[in-house]
Design a protein around this ligand. Structure first.
Ligand code: TPP
Ligand code: MG
Length: 360
């Protein structure tokens, strides 16, 4: 008989208990991360939270076309990873890329305009939610095709290696992505050639309606690193400091010519897969217990409880995030629609067109 993928309340609580025992780590800033750095991390997490919360509302009001996948609950991963990078480093993204773009310093107005299909958007309104590329920010592109960011990350790694540059590339992907053939090819090639790529699996334990526990016999993604002869580590994906520390160490190794690392940031998607997901595949109440690990609240609580910032400072940062997102929404609503004669703009790079003697 076909097995259903439904997760009950009891099962969810058992998975949460296991998570607490095996993965949950206490909030401790890694050495060298300044107070300013910690506040900037919180600011970006707050912006992502507000941005993607508003995206869902705007989608329902028909301001945003196509689909949108929220980064709510995953903020610690994108922000922790990108905070550990240097200027000149790169990332590749997934279908869930708003958080990655903001974490790399993306412009909220250009992002929101892109989501609304406007000409002022990052991709002139052609990419939408799932295809923002912000190359100047080091964000090489989100993509609706699961796994398709991986070979781009390998290509960036090969570029660094051939040109003897010391930039690294973080390849974000989901647990679902780990079962694509391209995942194995990308890691194998990177490890064989010692490329400076960090494979960062955002293991939210679900691929749409399919739980990872039913998609692979071994629940630990990081174990797969053994097969490629590279280090593999599982970290608390609700804890921004854990992600930061793991990526920092992996980036140091990569810059040193020691090749890739596989990082599994384990957490749990306790919201819908995309903005219109009714989550028929699981008991909705089973999401609730996971809310206690909310990464944005954990970071806010840490900042206050450790005396790093006052309650008021932390609240102000959140309010500023709300203001910035509202400004971006207003900007995007007023921004012009693309005219039909811009249809072919931006399809090829200026360098490519020049090489063919064509107009840019
Ligand atoms: C090649 C390909 N197959 C299937 C899909 C449909 N699809 C979109 S998102 C998704 C699940 C991806 O799961 P995961 O990689 O864990 O990312 P998450 O959504 O959990 O962040 C699937 C199967 C797709 N977009 N591309
Ligand atoms: Mg997933």
């Amino acid at each position: 008989m076909m097995r259903t993928c439904s997760i009950t309340m009891e099962e969810s609580e058992a998975v949460l208990e296991e998570f607490k025992k095996e993965v949950l780590a206490s909030m401790e800033p890694p050495p060298g991360l300044s107070v300013e750095g910690q506040l900037e991390i919180y600011r970006k997490m707050a912006v992502i939270r507000v941005f993607d919360t508003r995206v869902k509302e705007l989608w329902k009001q028909n301001f945003i076309y196509g689909l949108a996948h929220s980064y709510v609950g995953a903020e610690a991963i994108g922000v922790g990873a990108c905070a550990a990078l240097r200027d000149g480093d790169y990332i590749t993204s997934t279908h869930r890329g708003h958080g990655h773009t903001i974490a790399m310093g993306g412009d909220l107005k250009k992002m929101m305009a892109e989501l609304m299909g406007k000409y002022d958007g990052y991709c002139r309104g052609k990419g939408g939610s799932m295809h923002i590329a912000a190359v100047d920010e080091g964000m090489l592109g989100a993509t609706g095709i699961v796994g398709s960011g991986m070979p781009i990350a390998v290509g960036a790694g090969l570029t660094a290696s051939v040109l003897k540059k010391d930039f690294v590339t973080v390849c974000f992907h989901g647990d679902g992505g780990t079962n694509q053939g391209i995942w194995h090819e990308s890691i194998n090639l990177s490890s064989t050639w010692d490329l400076p790529v960090i494979f960062l699996c955002e293991n939210n334990q679900w691929a749409i309606s399919f739980p990872y526990s039913q998609a692979a016999k071994n629940p630990r993604v990081a174990d797969r690193a053994i097969g490629y002869g590279i280090p593999g580590v599982t970290v608390d994906g609700f804890n921004v400091f854990s992600v930061y520390a793991a990526v920092k160490e992996a980036a140091d190794r990569a810059r040193n010519g020691e090749g890739p690392t596989l990082i599994e940031a384990k957490f749990y998607r306790y919201i819908g897969h995309f903005v219109a997901d009714d989550e028929h595949y699981r008991d909705l109440a089973s999401n609730e217990p996971w809310g206690e690990l909310d990464p944005v609240r954990r970071m806010a609580d840490y900042l206050v409880e450790s005396g790093t910032a006052s309650q008021e400072e932390v609240e102000n940062i959140y309010v500023e995030a709300q203001t910035a997102v509202e400004e971006a929404i207003e900007y995007a609503k007023q921004a012009p629609e693309p005219s039909p004669d811009t249809l072919y703009e931006g399809l090829y790079s200026p360098e490519f067109l020049q090489s063919r003697g064509e107009d840019i």
